[in-house]
Design a protein around this ligand. Structure first.
Ligand SMILES: [Zn+2]
Length: 61
């Protein structure tokens, strides 16, 4: 399975966290809990040519 990881900054606590993305999925949007502060964030991205594009990480409430 092809996957990659990207370091992003948590919108809640500002800590750097690693997100893992599956490159076989064209576009995805989901909620993930921060590994540091455990608060939820909305993650969305697209995959083009085997690379993650248009990555956005936003706070959810
Ligand atoms: Zn956090």
């Amino acid at each position: 399975m092809l996957e990659t990881h990207v370091e992003v900054m948590c919108p809640h606590c500002g800590e750097s966290i690693l997100l893992f993305f599956e490159l076989s999925i064209e576009a995805q949007s989901y909620v993930e809990d921060c590994a540091v502060c455990c608060r939820p964030m909305q993650v969305s991205y697209e995959v083009e040519s085997g690379e993650v594009q248009n990555l956005s990480v936003e706070a959810t409430d």
